[in-house]
Design a protein around this ligand. Structure first.
Ligand code: SF4
Length: 354
């Protein structure tokens, strides 16, 4: 049988079937269409302007490794004029994050980008290993997710960047749409498909892989022979998201466009003003100065609960009320009050490639 010819260039031999479209194409055409779609996402959403300093949230996993590689490629190809940095958060998970950070350090050399690593231990005085030993494996991802979000903002502020980009892909966003529908969280549903959100102190946060399929990211990493870390976290992943993921994979198997269709459906929802009005007014945390919709931000509430052995304080309303009823902790000063958003152009120290 004659080899199948690439459906795009109609010259080279087709090497793969594109998960998003089902087209049989060659490797070079796959690289080109994948990169061009990300470029189109970036330009159509006007994510960056010339001179922006952009931190790439880098875990060493496939998504962020491909993101760093593609951002570097597009920045050079299309003269975006960006200063790119790698920003890694060390959650303190022995046997997982310590190994994946070694991959990020190699990526730093391979892509010639400055790298900043910030740990939960230095920011919060707790590692995820210590948190799991206290709270068990049920709500560990809640702690981890809240702490990571703040840690990224803090690392970005230390790097004095304008923008953080993360490797969230189309599958992640479609899963989040499904989860918000299943929870009936309409206010979040209205926000979760936004490509760009505002982080702390005007640092924007965006997802250039919003329309990139996970399978294509894996394929890209594989054919480009990128150096990434593929082991799952040793602590159980978010069980509820796991159900949404399985459901989405079933839908994708039946109809590959399901992922994009779900994202478009999420984008098309119009949220009524009454629902928007239930969103709390933004203020700053009285303890650490981070943006918050309560007097204490979520991370400070979780830390307070950890310090006082009331692990439900930041998880359930009942736990929070119990914490409030007991009054402020004498130990509260050992939390994260050192944080100050930068003013002017602070001197930063980053690990640079030699
Ligand atoms: Fe953190 Fe949970 Fe992800 Fe592990 S699976 S890195 S504990 S959020």
């Amino acid at each position: 049988m004659a080899p199948r010819i690439c459906a795009l260039c109609e010259q080279s031999r087709a090497m793969l079937k594109r998960p998003k479209t089902g087209q049989q194409i060659c490797k070079d055409c796959f690289f080109y269409v994948f990169e061009t779609e990300v470029h189109n996402t970036i330009t159509e959403s006007k994510l960056f302007k010339v001179g922006d300093r952009v931190a790439i949230g880098a875990s060493g996993g496939k998504d962020s490794t491909v993101l760093a590689y593609v951002m570097k490629t597009l920045n050079e190809r299309y003269n975006y004029g960006l200063d790119l940095f790698l920003l890694s958060i060390d959650e303190g998970i022995t046997g997982y994050r310590d190994d994946s950070l070694e991959t990020v350090k190699r990526n730093q050399q391979q892509y010639d980008m400055p790298l900043k690593i910030l740990s939960y231990d230095e920011l919060y005085g707790w590692t995820m290993d210590a948190i799991v030993s206290q709270v068990g494996r049920k709500n560990n991802c809640t702690f981890c997710g809240v702490f990571r979000r703040q840690a990224l903002d803090r690392g970005a502020a230390m790097l004095n960047v304008d923008h953080i980009v993360t490797g969230h892909n189309a599958d992640d966003i479609a899963e989040t749409v499904l989860m918000n529908i299943m929870r009936g969280d309409i206010a979040r549903l209205g926000r979760c498909t936004s490509i760009c959100t505002q982080g702390e102190d005007t640092i924007r946060r965006s997802k250039p892989f919003k329309y990139a399929y996970e399978k294509e990211i894996v394929m890209y990493a594989y054919f480009k022979k990128l150096d990434y870390f593929s082991t799952e976290c040793i602590y159980s992943p978010d069980a509820y998201r796991g159900h949404a993921r399985v459901f989405l994979k079933d839908l994708e198997a039946a109809r590959p466009s399901a992922i994009i269709d779900i994202i478009h459906s999420g984008e098309a929802f119009e949220i009524r003003d009454e629902v928007k009005a239930t969103q709390k007014v933004q203020q700053t945390c009285q303890r650490c100065g981070y943006m918050s919709s309560n007097t204490l931000c979520k991370a400070c509430t979780l830390l307070e609960g950890l310090e006082r052995g009331m692990v439900d304080a930041g998880i359930t309303d009942k736990g929070r009320k119990k914490l409030d009823a007991e009054g402020p902790s004498r130990e509260s000063l050992r939390t994260i009050s050192f944080y100050k958003p930068p003013s002017g152009n602070p001197t930063i120290t980053v690990e640079t490639s030699s």
